[in-house]
Design a protein around this ligand. Structure first.
Ligand code: PMP
Ligand code: GLN
Length: 388
């Protein structure tokens, strides 16, 4: 076993999905929809396979998909993207994140990120021999309507070794959507320290009014230093397809592309053809997705609260964090184990999304995913009301 992987067990997602299966629990753990994306996209993939789109795609991504990514950026964010010099298609956002870190961060560098973090960030930072500097997001309180961060804590995390800031908005698992003012503050700090930004925006189309997604790369102070990462998984309910992409100014795209060419070289070609169709779906598709998740967020929030849990309403993403203090468990892992084995509902213990220093902050929550059909959400709530 190499040292770089020796501290990694099975990811929490695999562990709790397996437990859910074993105990026939309703799975609100791992974030994947229990319904498929639009038929038009699936048909485009079949057609591509039947039509002979089955050999390696160009390393930077199929031309038509890169064009579609640029059109989508223009349509939703008025973000001008040159498809030939600013885009690389990857095998999911997960690969994109690794490519960005490989391409921009050296051993001994520091990477700033917010906690709770998406778990691959921490592993990828370790892969390159860099050091993470984590700043915890704080839950809503009397003074803050949404999750927030302490600006002094962020300032203190930056130093001469800082190379990259990872910014995930809409944020998994708190559902926070960063505001323009917050992005500008972070952008000025990055400019001051000459730091690049990885903007993980995979939940860009799952945002609830009045919150509004702002693409970090369109904030002027961030424009030249930001690599945007997104993927097909969440916006098109096709998490198994693993098609992602990065968008960046040419010099940053070049750095990421250098890594990508030796990580996977290229991404599955028929799925790329289908994703070009997906990104060109009419506005009504994206509006319906938002409407669907707005209703499901309400359904699960109401249900969790009826079961006695203090649940925070997310501004974006398809996750809800609920406060589990008061149930007498040692921590979130113990609570989630009990939930899956005795109550028959799987959630995710968010303390795994924290470094050792702030892990205790995550131990008071459980994460529930609402990318599930109404009947599944209702059954989870029924079990929670009956047995929790
Ligand atoms: N970033 C975040 C914040 C996520 O929640 C996910 C999905 N689990 C990913 C990245 C990875 O996306 P993909 O499935 O496209 O690799
Ligand atoms: N993004 C998904 C989540 O947060 C899981 C992805 C994975 O299993 N790696 O639940």
């Amino acid at each position: 076993l190499a040292q770089r992987v020796s501290r990694f067990g099975t990811t929490v997602f695999s562990e709790f999905s397996a437990l859910a299966l074993k105990h026939q629990a309703v799975n609100l753990g791992q974030g994947f929809p229990d319904f498929d994306g639009p038929d038009a996209i699936k048909e485009a993939a079949w057609k591509a396979i039947q039509g002979g789109v089955n050999q390696y795609a160009p390393g930077t991504g199929a031309k038509d998909l890169r064009n579609a990514i640029a059109e989508h950026s223009q349509r939703f964010y008025n973000h001008a993207v040159d498809p030939d010099t600013m885009v690389t298609v990857t095998s999911g956002a997960t690969e994109a994140i690794l490519d960005v870190i490989l391409g921009l961060v050296d051993p001994g560098d520091e990477v700033v990120a917010f906690e709770p973090f998406y778990d691959s960030y921490d592993a990828n930072i370790a892969f390159v021999g860099a050091t993470p500097r984590y700043v915890p997001l704080r839950p809503p309180d009397a003074e803050h309507a949404t999750w927030w961060f302490d600006r002094d804590e962020v300032r203190a995390a930056f130093g001469p070794k800082t190379r990259l800031l990872i910014l995930n908005s809409p944020h998994n698992p708190t559902g926070k959507v960063f505001t323009r003012e917050e992005l500008e503050f972070l952008g000025h700090l990055c400019a001051e320290h000459d730091v690049k930004v990885l903007a993980d925006e995979v939940y860009e189309h799952i945002v609830f009014a009045p919150a509004k997604h702002l693409r970090a790369a369109t904030v002027p102070v961030l424009a030249d230093r930001t690599v945007t990462v997104s993927s097909a998984g969440k916006s098109f309910s096709l998490t198994g397809w693993k098609v992602g992409w990065i968008i960046a100014p040419p010099p940053l795209r070049d750095a990421v592309q250098r890594a990508h060419q030796f990580v996977t070289f290229a991404t599955a070609s028929p799925f790329q053809a289908a994703m070009a169709v997906a990104l060109r779906l009419p506005d009504s598709y994206f509006q319906e997705l938002t409407a669907l998740y707005t209703a499901r967020r309400e359904r699960l929030l109401t249900g969790l609260r009826a079961a006695g849990l203090q649940a925070y309403s997310p501004e974006g993403s398809y996750f809800i964090l609920a406060d589990i203090r008061g149930y007498g468990f040692e921590d979130d892992v113990a609570f989630c184990r009990h939930l899956v084995t005795e109550v028959g509902v799987a959630g995710i213990p968010p303390s795994v999304f924290y470094g050792p220093e702030h892990r205790h902050l995550g131990q008071r929550f459980a994460r529930f995913a609402f990318c599930k059909t109404d009947g599944v959400l209702d059954e989870a709530v029924r079990r929670l009301r009956e047995k929790l």
